[in-house]
Design a protein around this ligand. Structure first.
Ligand code: ATP
Ligand code: FE
Length: 335
């Protein structure tokens, strides 16, 4: 069974072909244009998707060494994401499925970040049900209880900023480029995580809050700059390490709580921030300290990619869960 997956929820245009859950190709076209603006500009993103989508799909088919006539179905990201971006992928997928007269499968982007763990890869072990999924990305921060592929319950989520935003906005305060997450990660390895203390938010239950942290960092930096204008330059690695340490502390505290409350010790992470080396180390430590079994997807399946869309497509294909030509993109699609 050959599934073509198409991803266009934000600023990356992705296309991937899977054969029975195994990746034959996973192509992506990024959009460097947003760097100059320090964030994704929706209108520019949808235009770039329009330019990229045909070549990226062609590339994915070529790399997989199949023709479009061999495809069994087409899976696409229905939401959540930027409306203009989603519309490009959705319209393209609908037209192609209609032209080829094959089934069309709509995919929830956040579900795909979780089910990316089930892509058939030797280097990936698949989580056992039930497990907890921590999805940490540029737009989301959720703890999801996963009882089966399509039986998922959000048990905690952010009430304001996502964790990726916490990284990116903190980076902006420090004058780092966008997205700042990877650079904070790189610098954190060279700095002292306990050099500076930032207050952790107090949020009830399993929910998160990250907007206060960003403000705390802003006030702290402004105060220090008054005393020493070179404060950021002289302490950048230590500041980055301290920010990352605080953010990871917040995530691990809630995971501990969720694991205790649900009595589930299998924990899988997904979303772009799971590329972070600090969170990966903290999870490994959790295996020793709390008896967790943790699952971290291969790097190319953590940030936005089309292989994760195609694997959900494959799982839905097996149960003949298809959608029709009247399907619409949905920017706020819920899990
Ligand atoms: P969503 O999936 O919620 O729609 P998105 O698609 O924008 O959001 P992803 O591509 O999954 O998000 O992740 C992008 C985010 O991951 C950015 O905020 C980026 O800074 C962050 N990120 C990437 N690598 C790292 C890293 N090594 N450390 C910390 N953050 C990182
Ligand atoms: Fe994403």
């Amino acid at each position: 069974i050959y599934i073509l997956g198409i991803e266009s929820s934000c600023d990356d245009t992705g296309a991937s072909v899977l054969c029975n859950g195994k990746v034959l190709s996973n192509c992506i076209a990024g959009q460097a244009i947003h760097e100059a603006y320090g964030g994704v500009v929706p209108e520019l993103a949808s235009r770039a998707h329009q330019q990229n989508i045909v070549p990226v799909v062609q590339q994915a088919l070529e790399k997989a060494q199949i023709t479009k006539e061999q495809l069994s179905a087409i899976a696409f990201t229905q939401g959540p994401g930027l409306m203009g971006s989603l519309l490009v992928g959705t319209s393209f997928a609908k037209s192609l499925a209609f032209g080829l007269q094959i089934p069309l499968i709509s995919v929830n982007h956040m579900q795909a970040h979780i089910l990316a763990h089930f892509i058939d890869e030797e280097s990936q072990s698949k989580p056992k049900f039930p497990f907890l999924a921590l999805t940490i990305s540029g737009g989301h921060t959720q703890i999801v209880r996963v009882d089966n592929y399509f039986d998922m319950t959000v048990i905690g989520e952010t009430i304001d900023d996502a964790v990726g935003e916490a990284f990116d906005k903190s980076g902006k305060i420090l004058g780092l480029g966008y997205p700042a997450g990877p650079e904070i990660d790189r610098r954190a390895k060279l700095g002292n995580p306990k050099a500076f203390q930032f207050t952790k938010p107090k949020v009830e239950g399993l929910n998160f809050s990250f907007s206060g942290l960003k403000t705390g960092i802003l006030y702290f930096v402004q105060k220090e700059i008054k005393k020493n204008p070179e404060f950021i330059n002289e302490n950048l690695n230590d500041i980055c390490a301290s920010i990352q340490y605080t953010i990871i502390g917040i995530l691990i505290d809630k995971l501990k709580k969720a694991s205790k409350e649900t009595d589930i010790k299998h924990i899988a992470i997904g979303g772009g921030v799971s590329a972070n080396s600090g969170i990966r180390e903290a999870l490994k430590l959790g295996e020793q300290k709390f008896g967790w079994t943790t699952y971290v997807p291969k790097f190319e399946f953590t940030t936005d990619n089309a292989a994760m869309i195609a694997i959900v497509g494959y799982l839905k294909y097996l149960k003949e869960d298809f959608t029709f030509q009247n399907v619409m993109a949905s920017s706020r699609l819920k899990l």
